[in-house]
Design a protein around this ligand. Structure first.
Ligand code: NAG
Length: 320
């Protein structure tokens, strides 16, 4: 008995609800059909998916900033090598992330103690490594043998061809570095190797030029020269501080930002964060910045809880 009553009640409630819904829908349809101004403002209030993306990432007006989230990068854990690939590399392939300007590879590598990349060859690439932590041994066919530590940057212009190995000889500690490749704008260059050290003090709340196009090197004698329209800066930016990058050349430019990780994964809270336009770039995240033309100024603010160590690439528009 009781159950029948409650079923009847819920049936009648449902019927009332259905009627109310039908009436409201009919009234709305009537209003929308006859009042064009309301219809137009509604259409404007519901932006299309593409314009949401542009709106959220555009600031100042002409910049188009596209975040490259840390966990969306290619990733491999080979035990001896724990790595993230910003662009297609090895078995990671994504046609949307092949290269950017002359930049072709950014790998964030951690190589286990006592392991490394055995001897292999390269040609027609500009390859540089930014050592974050630990020690990396470099050995090559030009006779170079070096142990690189935090702050050091090693550069190889492979040109007509070189062979090298990159090894972690330490028994206990891993080495963490960013391996970066760019495409040279001249073929058949004579192979070249050099290293330079850039201290934390030099990067503290400043941008320091690490790599510089040979055509612009006379104005940046402290940097390492490379044969591509690419400048790379590094910074260690304390929370609350801002740096301003002055775009290095006229005409259309591409900027890429990469925030370096302090752990194997981005922390869920806190950590190091930088902000460009309205886009927050956490540990391991990158950002493509398009729509730059002329000698613009790009402001980067540290908005996290830890100092943010990041790289900034300023490049000509031609893809590698
Ligand atoms: C640097 O490496 C050492 C040894 O592996 C480790 O103890 C330390 O936490 C690392 N520092 C950073 C900032 O990753």
């Amino acid at each position: 008995m009781t159950s029948t009553t409650s079923e009847q009640q819920s049936t009648s409630i449902l019927t009332t609800k259905t009627l109310v819904t039908i009436f409201t829908a009919a009234a709305l349809a009537f209003i929308l059909a006859f009042f064009a101004p309301i219809r137009n403002s509604l259409t404007k209030a519901i932006p299309k998916a593409t314009s949401i993306r542009t709106m959220a990432t555009t600031s100042p007006a002409s910049l188009k900033i596209t975040k490259r989230p840390w966990s969306a990068r290619g990733h491999a854990d080979h035990d001896w090598l724990y790595t993230y690939h910003t662009f297609s590399f090895a078995s990671y392939y994504d046609p949307r992330h092949e290269s950017y300007g002359p930049l072709r590879v950014i790998n964030e590598d951690r190589v286990k103690a006592g392991t490394g990349f055995g001897t292999h060859s390269h040609a027609e690439f500009l390859i540089f490594s930014y050592i974050v932590n630990g020690t990396l041994e470099h050995r090559d066919s030009m006779g170079n043998l070096e142990n690189l530590k935090r702050g050091e940057v090693q550069f190889t212009s492979a040109g007509t061809g070189i062979r090298h190995s990159e090894y972690n000889r330490n028994k206990d500690d891993e080495v963490h570095f960013l391996q970066i490749w760019a495409k040279p704008n001249k073929k058949g260059l004579k192979p070249h190797y050099e290293t330079k050290k850039f201290t934390d003090e030099q990067k503290q709340d400043k941008l320091v030029r690490i790599m510089e196009y040979t055509d612009r090197l006379s104005s940046q004698p402290g940097a390492i020269g490379l044969q591509a329209d690419l400048s790379m800066d590094a910074s260690i930016l304390s929370p609350g501080k801002t740096v301003v990058h002055e775009v290095v050349a006229e005409g259309p430019r591409k900027i890429f930002l990469q925030n370096i990780m302090t752990k194997r994964a981005q922390p869920k809270e806190g950590g190091a964060k930088i902000k460009v336009g309205d886009t927050i770039i956490g540990e391991g995240d990158g950002a493509y910045v398009d729509g730059i033309s002329g000698l613009a100024k790009i402001e980067i603010e540290s908005v996290g809880e830890k100092p943010a160590e990041f790289l900034l690439f300023d490049m000509g528009p031609e893809d590698a």
